[in-house]
Design a protein around this ligand. Structure first.
Ligand code: ADP
Ligand code: ASP
Ligand code: MG
Length: 404
């Protein structure tokens, strides 16, 4: 008999029939005598719809109110799932993030978990209930509801698994594992049986939205192995765990694509100390994640700085950068949407050469221009035009022989 944490994502609970299906699956584990703590997302599309409704009323909605709004999606699902379980004779109790003891910092819309006090959940499991916890949400010191960033139910699940010292953590979704690339773009992509935390972390950070990046970071930090599986089939999924020596034999494990990228270029920057520090401090203070940064060589005492941000933060980034530009006297700011980041990931890159060259050759052959490049020990990323992204992914995926 094990303590099992399961997480069901938006599609898996996307309709009344799907919720009933999840309830039946939970029942079969419960009938085997396991203790179950289940984390659920909002029904698919609900979070997006709430964001769009808020933005129709106010293009710059207050982050605290957004958290209060967005957390409602998950609360619908926990109650419906508990009701569905009661209907088939399974005792179950639903918990908001706050009641489950999930305490976060105060960074509304992307709060970090500080501490979990799982006593109430444990007591409920002890009484024979299935505990059903609203993913994506917590509360801060002052009792305000916070949310954990898009896709944050993954983080709720991993963090609960750590806090409860669960024996198993299963992430149920609409694919039966992590693939060499998004199977919606390349139908011949292969399922990866085992991945290291670092590879999963890079893939997730680089746009493979099958797992939220911060949840993988948490799993790595607290060593919480987890399995990504399908909520519709019984097939074995992908196990994500700490690195083992044999994992290095594969050079490129996967190809990731992030379409939600935007580029800002500051032109005519005075070429003297202090501009970059002021600019990136202003962006950091506005809690904006800056990704790639390129500064070109200055010709006549001025230079250009380009950087990328998530497209949903473009507006915020422009507003944070504007005062620095005005004060320090750069000439202007250009914002570009319609770009994407394509990356290859694999821990085997540490010990192989020529990997980047091969990637660039395959992009050239596919007629895809590279706008920016960045590398780390286990990844190579390029910024390309979004409209060419799918064909670029296929070309790179083929070049590294990743198809089934
Ligand atoms: P959930 O609602 O269950 O959290 P998501 O939509 O967040 O599910 O994540 C699952 C989706 O991730 C899949 O439908 C798939 O299109 C996408 N995806 C992107 N990259 C990959 C990958 N490398 N392997 C598997 N799925 C991927
Ligand atoms: N409902 C939230 C979102 O859509 C959290 C999640 O699904 O994990 O981002
Ligand atoms: Mg998700």
């Amino acid at each position: 008999m094990a303590l099992i944490v399961q997480k069901y994502g938006g599609t898996s609970v996307g309709s009344i029939e799907r919720i009933a299906n999840v309830a039946r699956r939970i029942k079969s584990w419960h009938d085997q005598g396991h203790r179950l703590c289940v984390i659920v997302s909002a029904m698919s599309g609900v979070t997006d719809q709430l964001i769009s409704q808020a933005k129709q009323l106010n293009p710059h909605p207050n982050d605290r109110e957004m958290d209060s709004l967005l957390s409602t999606g998950e609360q619908v699902t926990i109650s419906l799932l508990a009701i569905a379980l009661h209907a088939i004779g399974v005792p179950a109790e639903s918990f908001t993030g706050a009641r489950a003891g999930i305490l976060t910092d105060g960074t509304h819309t992307k709060a970090r978990i500080r501490n979990i006090s799982p006593e109430r959940v444990l007591a409920s499991l002890q009484n024979g209930n299935v505990g059903i916890i609203a993913g994506f949400q917590g509360q801060n010191d002052e009792g305000y509801i916070t949310t954990l960033g898009r896709g944050g139910s993954d983080l709720s699940a991993i963090a609960m698994a750590a806090a409860l010292k669960a024996d198993v953590c299963q992430i149920y979704t609409d694919v039966d594992g992590v693939y060499t690339t998004d199977p919606r773009i390349v139908p011949t992509a292969k399922k990866i049986p085992v991945l290291s935390y670092d590879e999963m972390l890079e893939m997730a950070s680089l746009g493979s939205k099958v797992m939220q990046a911060r949840s993988v970071e948490f799993a790595k930090k607290f060593n919480v192995p987890f399995e990504v599986r399908s909520s519709l089939t019984e097939t074995e999924g992908t196990l994500v765990k700490s690195e083992t020596p044999d994992m290095e034999s594969v050079v490129v494990r996967g190809v990731s694509l992030d379409r939600k990228q935007a580029k800002i270029t500051i032109t005519g920057v005075p070429d003297k100390p202090g501009f970059a520090s002021r600019l990136f401090r202003a962006l950091a203070d506005a809690a904006i994640n800056v990704d790639m940064i390129v500064q070109n060589i200055s010709a006549a005492g001025v230079t250009d700085i380009s950087f990328t941000v998530g497209s949903d933060e473009l507006d915020k980034a422009r507003r944070a950068a504007q005062p620095v530009i005005t004060t320090l006297g750069a000439t202007g700011m250009l914002a570009q949407e319609g770009i994407a980041k394509l990356s290859i990931v694999g821990i085997g890159m540490k010990s192989h050469s020529g990997v980047a060259a091969k990637m660039f050759e395959s992009l050239a052959a596919a007629g895809v221009n590279i706008q920016m490049i960045s590398t780390s020990e286990i990844k190579v990323s390029v910024i390309i035009e979004e409209s060419l992204a799918d064909q670029a992914v296929r070309a790179v995926h083929d070049a590294f022989g990743l198809s089934a």
